[in-house]
Write a protein that binds this ligand. Structure first.
Ligand code: SAH
Length: 492
């Protein structure tokens, strides 16, 4: 398959090939990987119960793994559970390791992440996931406008200008859009390989002191049934999501609800860190920087805190009583505290132009966000923007793609808002336009319907995705830890 990218992709496939499985204290490889002899020695030395259990856990990873067909198996020691295997997927053949898959035969399908086959899957399951992930079309680039191609080419030399971004955002030509999405998808594959993550979000309170024009939970929304989860409920629900379902990164989100004092939030974080092995991201709005410092010290790893729009005028118009400068200052303060930063903006706000969105995108790059969280605005009854048009799915995908071109290694989730306007297709489209993770709703059923920042929030098919993506063992945590560490290294 010839994709447009093959014509101007940087050589070398940055990021590919250096990462070894991070399981159970294994060392990073030095290119060729550890010698089989060393592995056996280490295995034998540590084959006590604990190590064996951890080793078995290598079946399991939290992130969506990629199916490939086994072409050859080379087992250095017969019966030993580590083998070097050759697999084939759409990108050709490669050598990887298989761990603890003694029954593996040539012709079987495996799921692999990094350079390690994690487990066997049926051919049917393998094809189902390939269908979800692989872009299908071939693109005839000779039919494309040369100006468009020039802009697209710019990204590979680091020359994607504001004008170039605007050109990409404004295109409505189906072939150009398809090319942009395919290019972003290729950049994702080249820099992150096929490593998709599933994270969870738990909305623990829908009370809010703010009055944002777009948000259904705004202070003045009278028709909202307000709820607050108790610390016990929050800790218990996280425990269930982590220990039963296998989530390893959970966003705790609420309105700006000061019923949860700094001390309460800190206590909740401490209790979760004690009972569950999970990365916690806080999305609790505008609190003091001191509060963020204390939450970090208690064990929070990241924040989800959008700047919403980088157009000051629009910001100030739709956020009465808030200030753009304060929000940005807080965001920078969080970064200085060492938080993993998830931030972003809304698409389709009143008065917002393609140029504004280009500025939003450039602001994300300047902030060096680790996770880009963007989504279309969805009108919500009883808000001042109830009759304003929703942001478009198409624009959301274009923005996703441009973000991927500019930030090849950032985490870009498909956000619920895109799923809400496009349902399951939104997920697939997002993932094939440069996004690389999914964010599933973990709010307990009885509260979920009341967290209505916008109407008809989508959720569906989580179980199918979880089947591939979530397993509750140690390796997945280690892999994520490594990924997050890498994100910092790259973005520093
Ligand atoms: N109080 C927290 C969480 C806010 S809700 C904070 O201030 O960070 C989380 C996000 O939902 C917001 O940042 C906003 O971007 C998004 N959101 C709110 N209302 C929305 C709407 N009507 N359509 C789409 N996204 C919306």
């Amino acid at each position: 398959m010839v994709r447009v990218s093959s014509q101007f992709r940087r050589s070398g496939g940055k990021g590919a090939g250096e990462i070894k499985a991070a399981a159970c204290g294994w060392k990073e490889g030095n290119g060729g990987g550890p010698a089989p002899g060393a592995e056996i020695k280490e295995y034998k030395e540590r084959a006590g119960g604990a190590f064996q259990a951890a080793f078995k856990a290598a079946y399991k990873t939290m992130c969506l793994t990629i199916p490939a067909k086994v072409i050859a198996i080379d087992n250095p020691v017969p019966g030993f559970p580590v083998a070097n295997i050759t697999v084939e997927d759409s990108k050709g053949r490669k050598e990887i390791k298989s761990l603890w898959l003694p029954e593996l035969k040539v012709g079987d399908w495996v799921l692999y992440a990094y350079d390690t086959a994690i487990r066997k899957v049926s051919e049917e399951d393998a094809r189902e996931i390939l269908e979800l992930l692989e872009p299908k079309k071939h693109i005839d680039i000779s039919a494309l406008d040369t100006g468009f191609l020039e802009v697209l080419k710019g990204h590979s030399t680091g020359n994607l200008s504001r004008d170039g971004i605007v050109r990409l955002l404004k295109t409505e030509d189906p072939l150009e859009m398809e090319t942009l999405f395919a290019e972003a998808n290729t950049v994702r594959q080249a820099s992150l390989r096929d490593f998709f993550c599933i994270h969870g979000i738990m909305e623990f309170s829908n009370h809010c002191a703010m009055n944002c024009f777009y948000c259904g939970l705004r202070r003045d929304s009278a028709d909202v049934v307000r709820y607050r989860m108790t610390p016990d409920e929050i800790v218990g629900a996280v425990e269930d999501a982590v220990n039963r379902r296998g989530y390893k990164l959970i966003v705790l989100q609420s309105g700006d609800d000061f019923h949860y004092t700094d001390i309460k939030l800190v206590e909740i974080i401490r209790r979760i860190k004690k009972s569950s092995k999970v990365f916690i991201f806080m999305s609790v709005g505008e609190r003091s920087i001191e509060c963020y410092r204390r939450m970090k010290a208690a064990g929070a790893s990241g924040v989800l805190f959008r700047f919403e729009t980088s157009n000051r005028e629009i910001y100030n118009l739709i956020h009465p009583g808030q200030s753009y400068d304060r929000r940005m200052e807080l965001l920078k303060g969080m970064k200085e505290l060492g938080y993993y930063i998830a931030s972003g903006f809304l698409i389709g706000l009143p008065g917002q132009t393609a140029e504004d969105i280009a500025d939003d995108i450039l602001a994300m790059k300047a902030l060096k966000v680790n996770m880009a969280s963007i989504g279309p605005f969805i009108p919500c009854a009883s808000t001042p923007l109830a009759t304003h048009q929703a942001g478009s799915a198409e624009m959301t995908l274009k923005v996703t793609a441009v973000l991927r071109l500019l930030m090849p290694r950032a985490k870009i989730p498909v956000t619920t808002a895109l799923e809400t306007i496009e349902s399951e297709e939104g997920r697939r489209l997002g993932l094939s336009s440069g996004a690389n993770s999914l964010m599933f709703n973990l709010t307990p059923e009885r509260y979920r319907g009341d967290y209505r920042i916008y109407p008809n929030k989508y959720h569906g098919k989580e179980e199918v995705w979880e089947k591939y993506g979530l397993f509750n063992e140690e390796l997945s945590y280690r892999m994520l830890e490594k990924k997050m560490f890498e994100a910092f290294e790259v973005l520093k």
